[in-house]
Design a protein around this ligand. Sequence first.
Ligand code: AP5
Ligand code: MG
Length: 222
Amino acid sequence: MSELNLILLGPPGAGKGTQASRLTEDFGLPYIGTGDLLRQHADEGSELGKQAKSHMDNGGLVPDDLVIQMILDKIDEEGDDGFLLDGFPRTVPQADALADELEKRNRRLTAALLIDAPDETVIRRLSGRRQCSEGHLYHVEFDPPKHEGRCDQDGKPLKQRSDDRPEKVAKRLKTYHEQTEPLKDYYDERGLLRRFDGTRDKVEVHDHIRATLATLRLEERL
Ligand code: AP5
Ligand code: MG
C-alpha cells in the first residue's frame, strides 16, 4: 500500500490551508478542507449550510454527525488513492469515526501532520488574512498580493473571513484548546503524530513537511 492518507491538525491560523495547497500539488492528493466545504454549503444556503453557519459564526464546532457524514462522502467520492484532510477530525468522536470507517474500507491513516503555533502568533496571522472566493490565501503583512485587494491568481476581490474578527478568533482558540488539542495525544499514542513548527517561514514549513512525507511514502512502499 503506497497511498498517503493524511490529516492536517493545528490551531486556527497555524497555516494548514497555506501548506495544504502546496502539498496537494506536490503529492497529487485531493484536498478535502472541512471549513471550505462548510462555507460553500453556507453560501449556497443548503440545509447543512444553514445548520453549520450559526455554529461557525459563534466560533464553535459544527455537530459531529453533520461533519462526519460530509467528509466520509467526500473521501468516497475523491479519496480512493489517498487524501489530505484539512480541519477534520477536530474532536475525539470524529477521529474514532474516521478510524472505524477507514478500517471498514481496509485502509488506514498514514500520518497526522500537526502544524503548531502559539496563540499570539495565530492572532496576528488571522487579523491580517485575506482570501478570494476560490480560497487563495494572503496576508496583508506577511504575504501581500501584488495589487492590493485583488487575488494574484484569478483577479477576484480579496475579503476577510467573518470569523477572523478578534472576538471570534478568541472563541475559536478556546474551542481548539478544549476540543481539538486532545487529538495531539490521541495520534501520538497511535504513533501517527508528526510535529511541525508553524512559527517558521512558510517555505521552511513546507520543506520540512515535504521531506517527512517523502520518507513516509518510501516506508509505505517497503
Ligand atoms: P477552518 O476553515 O478549518 O478554520 P480554522 O481551523 O480555524 O483554521 P484557519 O483556516 O483559520 O487557519 P489555517 O491553519 O488554515 O491558516 P492559513 O493557512 O489560512 O474552520 C472554520 C470553522 O468551520 C470552524 O471554526 C468550525 O466552526 C467549522 N469546522 C471546520 N471543521 C470542523 C470540524 N471538523 N468539526 C466541526 N466544525 C468544523 O494561514 C493564516 C494566515 O497566516 C494567512 O493569512 C497566511 O497567509 C498566513 N500564514 C500562513 N503560514 C504562515 C507563515 N509560516 N508565516 C507567516 N504567515 C503565514
Ligand atoms: Mg484554513
